[in-house]
Design a protein around this ligand. Structure first.
Ligand SMILES: Nc1ncnc2c1ncn2[C@@H]1O[C@H](COP(=O)(O)OP(=O)(O)OP(=O)(O)O)[C@@H](O)[C@H]1O
Length: 856
């Protein structure tokens, strides 16, 4: 199948990943809704705060409102004392002194009677003779009266007066009380009016006085946007940031990205898809910020030009802070954003806001020109510059920080010319940023295999490597894979640091995997099977050695790219997006692989049919059963007709029927390609494996066909003798006795003739393991047994070879015993016991077979 490459492939991958991001956002509606509309909820809160504050300071005398056309106050009356904020009852509208004068008394009576719209009853006024008495009363009765009038009749034509008021301005709930306007001026007008009337002798002399406050702008403005805006903007931005980061991190943690990389994903397509998708989401979210800001009528949004509002965020830039410090802070976009918001806020109340083409002007960067240190244009440039800086930094960290498989690129990988030219520089390192010890040289660790078949295989591969012989029949040639995981420091549950020594997971693997064959890799947990597969797919680097896959070396980055086009991988754990359907997964991976867009649909349908997922094609992966997920992973591995298919435990969790179905798929897939399969099912290995290798502790212990392994490592033969139940017409106890007697007779016969005892013994059958060296005795023995069948109550005799499981257990057991057989002589060489030849062989000491845990 012809696969795309170069720019068309990059474009195709980009489109598929962008579509994937779109689907994930659409399916994860709640998170997307919050990302886009968080501004609405924050602005709603700001709106309520702003309106509450506005109502609170709604009186005309308050400073927070601008008064453009003040209304005149015409001859304001003396208000009832109850109108005062915080008054104690009983209260008096006013108290006065000078009551020894009849003229003054009549003036006060006139004040009370002529109070506009409300004559004052005498019960609301209290008189005294001197100012001292008034002071004394006020002192003794605080908060019972808002004002006092003092009169002195100097002579017939001169009357003096004075006013005392409680001058404390008080705000109560939504009303603000200014004592000057509310009490003092009405008292003054009343006193002057009646003194004048008394002096000129005309009781109804017209005395109209109007008062008007200055037109003025709001002096102390309260803006919820100015006070809470920066925090809100930061919170809105954080919503998007947190969602975007968690999507990226979970793709990495769940090894989805690794899965895509194995299928040939370009890093550039990956980053570009996230960048553009998140860019669009951020743009939409910014537009909604502007939209909701305008809907809620915040001046910031109404007065400033639209172009500025999209970039809004900050840190208080101040003259006291050095330029270097400001520059350092400018590297963090939220600081600049807050500063921009502050500038825009300052620009709104008194002028028309900031327009785009005057963004450079300092005069427009805020109300207080002196305070203006940076312009919006400066902020634009820094935001744009830091955007690129952070993207590059993110990509760098992504490369140099250890991934889920524990590998990373060298710290200065970008300095290698090969990285830019695509001809190298993609090498991975095992060590973590803070790994402490370098691993021991891989060569020192290589141990010669014990088994002659493995030795023979190693010899062939080494010879082909040395003589550069290209065997056209070989699909994969593994040339001495060694893999040492570096030492790490782990935290224990009790908070202690535990140092883990370097671990030698692969200790020299030499192997040819032939075309049109399935090579089955068996081994107990931790044997190194997955490590071998990860090395083959380039997910982790080998410490030493190389592999040629269809002639391409894994060691070169161009080789690795070509290899990725040739392989299909079903990883050990399903790497699937819960919210995407089976069909969508296949589409994404087919696009990454580079299938022609016109053929993708038919390939998907074929794979779905093959893996029995047609009906579940449109069901999201989260609703798949474990078996369905594995089948989808197998289908993904077969996309693009790969020449090498790597299946890491593909049938785990499948029921027997599905498993057999997948075996059929794998059997069919053998044609024209090589398959590497790891499994814990011996039955699977027996049925599917053309060649089987068993690994233990990072080394290949045996290799060959199933029959060869059984004959070399199996115990020999297995014989099952099945008995008939006792003769009819007898009671139960005597039937039992007869059965037991038959059983004993057969056991005796096996012991006499073959010198073996049963491996398993049940009432109805006996199982014997017959060693291979008794093979010559078998035909006579079983002929004799058959003759005595009815005499011994035998219903059936079954004879077969030992199972692969037997072989596996034998090999694993032998390897388990290995450390006990090690001897170290004084020259530092370890002796290994060779079981087959009963000899001790000399080989270099290997200290790291087991973990050395050291508490530090
Ligand atoms: N990143 C790592 N760092 C350190 N040790 C590791 C790392 N990955 C694997 N190992 C160790 O390497 C050994 C081989 O692991 P591997 O996963 O290859 O085994 P496996 O044969 O696939 O086992 P299983 O059958 O359980 O999947 C194990 O002892 C494991 O603990």
């Amino acid at each position: 199948m012809k696969l795309q490459s170069g720019f068309p492939l990059l474009l195709q991958q980009y489109k598929a990943l962008f579509w994937k991001n779109l689907l994930l956002s659409w399916r994860n509606k709640r998170a997307t809704f919050l990302q886009l509309f968080a501004s609405f909820f924050f602005f709603l809160i700001l709106f309520f705060i702003e309106n509450t504050m506005e109502v609170r300071f709604s009186s005309s005398t308050s400073n927070n409102r601008s008064v453009m056309d003040p209304l005149p106050l015409i001859s304001p009356p003396i208000p009832p004392c109850e109108d005062k904020n915080y008054i104690k009852l009983p209260c008096f509208d006013f108290v006065w002194s000078g009551n020894q004068s009849a003229r003054i008394t009549s003036i006060v009576s006139a004040i009370m009677a002529n109070n506009p719209r409300r004559p004052i009853p005498s019960s609301k006024v209290k008189s005294f003779s001197t100012t001292a008495e008034v002071d004394e009363w006020l002192n003794d009765n605080p908060m019972h009266c808002p004002g006092a009038l003092h009169f002195w009749e100097r002579n017939a034509t001169v009357i003096s007066y004075g006013i005392q008021t409680n001058s404390t301005a008080i705000a109560k709930r939504s009303s603000y009380e200014d004592p000057l306007f509310k009490f003092r001026i009405p008292l003054q007008i009343a006193a002057e009016r009646e003194i004048a009337r008394s002096l000129i002798g005309v009781p109804d002399f017209s005395w109209v006085m109007a008062l008007k406050e200055f037109a003025h702008p709001a002096i102390e403005t309260f803006s919820a946007m100015a006070s809470g805006g920066p925090a809100c903007f930061l919170a809105i931005a954080m919503f998007s940031f947190v969602f975007q980061i968690s999507s990226l991190v979970s793709e990495k943690e769940l090894k989805l990205r690794q899965g895509m990389t194995m299928m040939g994903l370009y890093d550039s397509a990956y980053w570009l898809s996230w960048l553009t998708f998140d860019g669009i989401l951020t743009l939409l979210s910014s537009l909604f910020i502007v939209f909701f800001g305008s809907v809620f009528q915040f001046e910031l949004f109404l007065n400033n030009s639209f172009a500025h509002l999209v970039t809004v965020f900050g840190f208080p830039y101040d003259r006291g802070i050095s330029k270097v410090y400001q520059a350092v802070w400018s590297f963090f976009p939220p600081n600049l954003l807050a500063e921009a918001l502050l500038l825009l806020n300052q620009a709104t109340p008194h002028n028309a806001g900031v327009v785009y083409n005057r963004r450079i002007s300092k005069a427009k960067c805020g109300a207080d020109h002196e305070e203006c240190l940076i312009t919006l244009n400066y902020i634009y440039k820094w935001l744009l510059g830091t955007f690129f800086l952070w993207i590059v930094f993110a990509i760098y960290l992504d490369n140099v920080i250890r991934n889920a498989s524990g590998v990373r690129k060298p710290v200065f990988y970008f300095l290698k010319p090969g990285y830019w030219t695509g001809k190298g520089g993609n090498e991975l390192e095992d060590s973590g940023i803070c790994s402490c010890t370098s691993s021991t040289s891989a060569h020192e660790e290589h141990i010669l295999p014990d088994d002659e078949d493995v030795q023979e295989e190693e010899k062939i591969v080494k010879q082909q490597t040395r003589e550069e012989i290209e065997d056209t029949n070989v699909a994969v040639q593994i040339r001495g894979f060694t893999k040492t995981y570096p030492s790490t420091i782990d935290m224990t549950s009790c908070g202690k640091c535990k140092k883990r020594s370097p671990y030698h997971a692969l200790k020299g693997l030499w192997l040819n995997i032939v075309k049109d064959q399935l090579f089955c890799l068996l081994g107990p947990n931790g044997a190194g099977k997955t490590t071998t597969i990860n090395c083959l797919t380039g997910i982790i680097s080998v410490t030493d050695g190389d592999a040629l896959i269809y002639g391409y070396s894994l060691r070169s980055s161009t080789g690795l790219w070509n290899v990725r086009k040739l392989i299909g991988v079903c990883p050990q754990f399903d790497v699937l997006w819960d919210s995407l359907t089976g069909q969508e997964h296949l589409f994404i991976f087919a696009s990454i692989k580079g299938l022609n867009p016109t053929s993708i649909q038919s390939v998907i349908e074929k794979l779905l049919a093959e893996t029995g997922l047609t009906e579940a094609a449109r069901v999201r992966a989260v609703h798949y059963s474990g078996g369905m997920k594995r089948r989808l992973s197998v289908a993904m591995a077969l996309i693009g007709d790969p020449k090498l298919v790597i299946l890491d435990e593909p049938t785990t969790g499948m029921d027997p029927i599905t498993r057999r179905h997948v075996w059929d798929i794998i059997e069919d897939a053998k044609k024209g390609r090589a398959i590497v399969l790891t499994t814990h099912s011996m039955e699977e290995a027996d049925i599917l494996g053309d060649r089987i290798g068993i690994m233990v502790k990072g080394m290949l212990r045996c290799i060959g066909t199933s029959i060869r392994l059984k004959s070399r490592f199996g115990a020999g033969f297995i014989a099952n003798v099945i008995f008939t139940s006792g003769a009819n017409g007898q009671n139960l106890s005597s039937r039992d006795e007869i059965d037991r007697a038959h059983c004993e007779d057969v056991k005796q016969l096996f012991e006499q003739k073959l010198d073996i005892v049963p491996k398993e013994e049940k009432k109805s059958f006996l199982t014997f393991v017959i060693p291979r060296d008794r093979e010559v005795l078998l035909s006579n023995f079983f002929a004799e047994l058959q003759d005595k069948e009815s005499e011994l109550g035998i219903a059936d005799i079954q004879l077969g070879q030992t199972t692969l499981e037997e072989v596996f257990l034998n090999i694993a057991r032998r390897a388990e015993l290995e450390p006990n057989l090690k001897r170290i002589d004084q020259s530092g060489l370890r002796y290994n016991y060779r079981n087959s030849t009963h000899q001790w062989s000399r080989m270099p000491i290997q200290l790291n077979d087991m973990d050395h845990d050291v508490n530090v």
